[in-house]
Design a protein around this ligand. Sequence first.
Ligand code: SAM
Length: 237
Amino acid sequence: MIDHSYLKDLAALLGVFLDDRALERFDLYAQKMCDWNEKINLTAITDPREICVKHFADSLSVLAKVEIPQGAKLIDVGTGAGFPGLALKIARPDLRVTLLDSTKKKLTVLEDISQTLELEVELLHKRAEEAGQSGDYREKFDIATARAVANLAVLSEYCLPFVRVGGRFLAMKSAKTQEELTGAKKAIGLLGGSVETVHTLQLETAGERTIIELKKTSPTPAPYPRPSAKIARFPLG
Ligand code: SAM
């Protein structure tokens, strides 16, 4: 379905090498996602080239900007159809990836796709704010990622609790993040994080993207993340 050399070149522009197995997996991924999209609303992006840029290359841009150690434990929060988490697993099968989403149907899709791709990932059907209070997941990850889930203050409350001290939370955003950063500054500090670097990049034909890299500098205090209703009514910030 996708043009392998087009995707290979897009990834190479980001400094990411995709071998034939990875390209084959991305191809199957695109096919399966489009098949499922007929039954479940997963994505508005169905043109093969657009999938390559706006889903696959966008997900891989994380690897262009942040060095992720071999075998790192990564959780993708609000993963939807698997972005960026499953795309990162294809490019870096050494990563131990957990895909979390609160929508059961999305997990059904991801189970089917990951089996087809023969990739071992942990699938977690939970709300982030519930899983973040569970001893099985709290401060157990080297990296948390999230794309298109919530504003940075809310997202930090969802994601920072998963990250071990010394680990990173990578928030993927489109352009213009200054306002969000200002609004989330207090929340990030309260949750045990600090802004390490704000990376910007040009995504081929799709414009500017930002990856906000937060470092976990101290444990997240026990009350966080708070229950959903509290987060919604009293956002930190
Ligand atoms: N990250 C994917 C992407 O960029 O294509 C999906 C983005 S989609 C707009 C947001 C996803 O976050 C949805 O699948 C939704 O179910 C999930 N989500 C929203 N709030 C969540 C929460 N509190 N806990 C877990 N998942 C959540």
